[in-house]
Write a protein that binds this ligand. Structure first.
Ligand SMILES: Cc1cc2nc3c(=O)[nH]c(=O)nc-3n(C[C@H](O)[C@H](O)[C@H](O)COP(=O)(O)OP(=O)(O)OC[C@H]3O[C@@H](n4cnc5c(N)ncnc54)[C@H](O)[C@@H]3O)c2cc1C
Length: 744
């Protein structure tokens, strides 16, 4: 029987000799020779470097080869430390670690698996707890590896029932030295039975054999190497193990580098070719999902019909799900995340999603959507975060192409060496895909406009799966719509921007007394409006707490590196109210954008954010705003300056039509009704909203996001390009009954 595993070959490294660097040289040689993995015995009693130290060293001098251990002694190393060592090295090595445990050495392998599994289980929230016979975890911090590190149990006797039980019920691999094929077959049957008894698919368990390089496979081939190497015979023996017994991993144990070289160069290709010819899935194998993964599947999704060839298919039982399920501000539990790394993959993923019309469909670039609609409950997420390249297309015109999954900190870093920047936002972790389809209100807004004002072309996958490029000259109607309502029309797969020349800039963080909040707001608004365009300022007023005086925190960028100009621009701001703290630096736009966390978003629950645009901070508005701040109903209040270059653009030129207001207001709170009660007070002073800062799905928000003429045009286009409402996850437009409707 063959289990459909991708065929892989490794070498057991020589440990314990006089030269501690020998296994390192072997590992490099194995990688050069194209082998898949090296195996290091983890036995404290052995002379030579300790296993995890050695593996770390090897990880540092190799790039691709996987790093497997074999054996573990829980009296010498606590399993919790083993879990941390393996997880840490897995991250450092780019997901190359495999863990081997040995049955029958006195180690309590069951408990080791309990401890390791619990510490790695970040799919279930909370601290790690195990109450074992030898080991206890009483609320330990979990720390997952970078990928699903397989656990293989090994033993000297293929027919050992305990080894078979462990492998069949608890592990991902079963590993034995090759003795005789009959013993191997008997052991494999035991593993299959144990797996079935535990409700697992026997294919979940990879079968490893270690073969001795100098002694051949069968007793009859003992002296083959010494006799001059009969490659064909050895390859045939190994192929039989693969085809007849389902062995997936073959590890060579030898102390002879020539044997290793010939094994890799001659035997391995021959076995692979034989497997390709003999097996339905060839040496590449098929993907077998763990029963633990199957158990967490959601209903209504044709998991078996997911297109092959996607960069990733992440289900609720997969480790990567913990990283991808939620956004920065909203918890999610989608049924599957389809990771697309190319346009073709996006098209395939969208085709699959369209076969599930009753399930929610979300699109995710960097997962920082304030509305949080880039995830959902039980539906499908098409994740394009891997489409994150940034390339300069033309130096002369400063034309750059950026993938939707790039984050603005990455864009800023890539453009900095050219002396360029694109005004984006105030946080480098935000993604290009979400922001550049909505607007982009950034620290350079008054001088350089919105992010979308720098867009020159966008590549889109439309609802019907067609791939289009839009610009002023190609599909201009779509290009108009994408700049402000992009999420309604497709999945953006690339953006072409014209960057601006931006030199050193000043970044000022001021903390001022704002106990007369209304006065502060009016004054700040006045100073901003009177300032030259090279100043853009964002203001946060934290709701006053516990009798503390209200403070105003401003982050202001002056698009100049000249200290005289910077001081002249900041002086009126500083004069508004007494200063508690101030920090002004001449820096780069890339440095300002460097504020991006790589931490996994662990949000739960729903964000409650309300957005509105304000023309002027009048005393009337300011009085109401300061009441809202004191109400206790909101926990976040921010005003951003817009205006300037943003207002230069004709409101009809893009679907971001509210060009005239000078300020963008966002408040956040915990409960929608409480926030809305406060929001109703400021509502009369607002003119439109910026949908990137709004989380409400109420229909009137659509009317506030786009003025009537813009909305009518958008609805016509929606009828043409997405009549079935495939892209309805975020501020969904109702298609008009346009004559062109349903032509696509
Ligand atoms: C901490 C923080 C700071 C922010 N600061 C600013 C700021 O200064 N200025 C500003 O303008 N905004 C800001 N935002 C808002 C931000 O611009 C939007 O929320 C934006 O949508 C996030 O983009 P993303 O790709 O990270 O989001 P995601 O969560 O991945 O996507 C959000 C939504 O965008 C749409 N979308 C995503 N990718 C695509 C795609 N490839 N094609 C089509 N539609 C897509 C989908 O509707 C999706 O639901 C901030 C948000 C946060 C959380």
């Amino acid at each position: 029987m063959n289990y459909g595993h991708a065929l892989e070959f490794g070498v057991r490294l020589p440990i314990g000799g006089a030269d501690p660097a020998l296994p390192v040289r072997w590992a490099r040689l194995a990688e050069e020779l194209g082998l898949d993995l090296v195996v290091v015995p983890d036995r404290p009693a052995l002379a030579g470097p300790e296993a995890w130290t050695l593996l770390s060293w090897i990880a540092g001098v190799t790039d691709t080869i996987r790093l497997a251990t074999d054996g573990h002694d829980d009296t010498a190393r606590n399993p919790a430390m083993l879990a941390r060592a393996a997880a840490g090295l897995d991250h450092l090595s780019g997901g190359r670690v495999e863990l081997g445990l040995t049955a029958g050495t006195g180690d309590d392998v069951d408990e080791t698996i309990d401890v390791v599994g619990e510490l790695w289980n970040v799919l279930d929230h909370g601290l790690a707890r195990v109450n074992g016979r030898r080991h206890r975890l009483a609320g330990a911090q979990k720390a997952a590896p970078a990928h699903e590190v397989p656990i293989t149990v090994s033993g000297p006797d293929p027919e050992d029932p305990d080894l078979a039980r462990l492998a069949g019920t608890r592990a991902d691999g079963w590993s034995v030295p090759l003795t005789d094929p009959a013993g191997l077959a008997a052991g494999l049957r035991l593993v299959d039975e144990a797996a079935r008894g535990a409700g697992r698919d026997p294919r979940e368990i990879r079968r490893w054999v270690t073969v001795a390089g100098r002694s051949g496979v069968h007793a009859g081939s003992v002296d083959r190497v010494a006799e001059g190497w009969v490659v064909e015979g050895w390859a045939a023996d190994l192929l039989a193990l693969v085809v007849e017994h389902g062995v997936g991993t073959i590890v060579l144990h030898t102390d002879d580098p020539d044997t290793l070289t010939r094994f890799a160069r001659e035997v391995v290709p021959a076995v692979r070719a034989g497997a390709d010819a003999a097996l339905p899935h060839g040496a590449a194998g098929v993907r077998v999902r763990r029963s633990t993964v199957l158990a967490r599947r959601r209903s209504g999704i044709d998991y078996d019909g997911v297109p092959t060839g996607l960069a990733g298919v992440v289900e609720p039982g997969d480790l990567a799900y913990a990283r991808l399920r939620s956004g920065y501000l909203r918890g999610g539990s989608p049924g599957v995340v389809l990771q697309a790394a190319t346009v073709e993959q996006v098209v395939a993923a969208l085709g699959f999603a369209r076969r599930h019309p009753d399930l929610p469909l979300s699109r995710r670039s960097a997962g920082h959507g304030v509305s949080g609609r880039s995830t959902n409950d039980g539906g499908i997420v098409i994740d394009v975060s891997l489409m994150n390249t940034i390339e300069v297309l033309d130096e002369a015109t400063r034309r750059v192409r950026v993938g939707p999954g790039a984050r603005w900190t990455d864009v800023a870093n890539a453009l900095a060496p050219h002396g360029w920047a694109i005004s984006s936002g105030d946080y480098g972790g935000v993604g290009v895909g979400g922001l550049a389809t909505a607007g982009g209100v950034g620290y350079l807004a008054r001088e350089h406009g919105l992010t979308i004002d720098h867009l020159r072309a966008v590549a889109l996958v439309l609802a019907d799966g067609s791939v289009v490029r839009c610009s002023d000259g190609e599909n201009p109607d779509l290009f108009w719509a994408v700049r402000g309502a992009g999420a309604n029309f497709g999945i953006a797969t690339a953006f072409e921007f014209e960057a601006d020349e931006v030199g050193p800039v000043a970044f000022a963080a001021l903390t001022q007394d704002a106990r007369d909040t209304a006065r502060y707001l009016v004054e700040w608004g006045r100073v901003v409006e009177e300032s030259p365009r090279d100043l853009t300022s964002f203001l946060i007023v934290p709701p006053p707490r516990g009798g503390q005086p209200t403070v105003a925190l401003t982050h202001t960028v002056v698009d100049s590196g000249d200290p005289e100009i910077v001081l002249a621009r900041l002086a009126p701001l500083a004069a508004i109210a007494p200063m508690y703290q101030q920090q002004v630096t001449i820096t780069t736009y890339a440095d300002i954008m460097a504020s991006a966390s790589d931490d996994t978003p662990t949000s739960r629950g729903e964000p409650v954010a309300r957005s509105g645009l304000v023309h002027h901070l009048t005393p009337e508005f300011a009085a109401v705003a300061s009441r809202v701040l004191r109400s206790g109903g909101i926990h976040w209040f921010q005003l951003r300056s817009v205006g300037g270059a943003v207002a230069d653009v004709d409101p009809d030129a893009t679907a971001y039509a509210h060009r005239k207001p000078n300020f963008s207001l966002v408040v956040m709170g915990s409960h929608p009704d409480v926030v809305d009660e406060q929001w109703a007070l400021v509502r009369p002073y607002l003119d439109g909203l910026y949908l990137s800062f709004e989380s409400s799905l109420r229909p009137e928000r659509i009317d506030q996001a786009w003025p009537p003429r813009t909305l009518a045009r958008l609805r016509d286009l929606k009828a043409t390009y997405d009549p079935d409402g495939v892209f309805d996850d975020n501020f969904s437009l109702t298609p008009s009954r346009h004559p062109e409707a349903s032509t696509r």
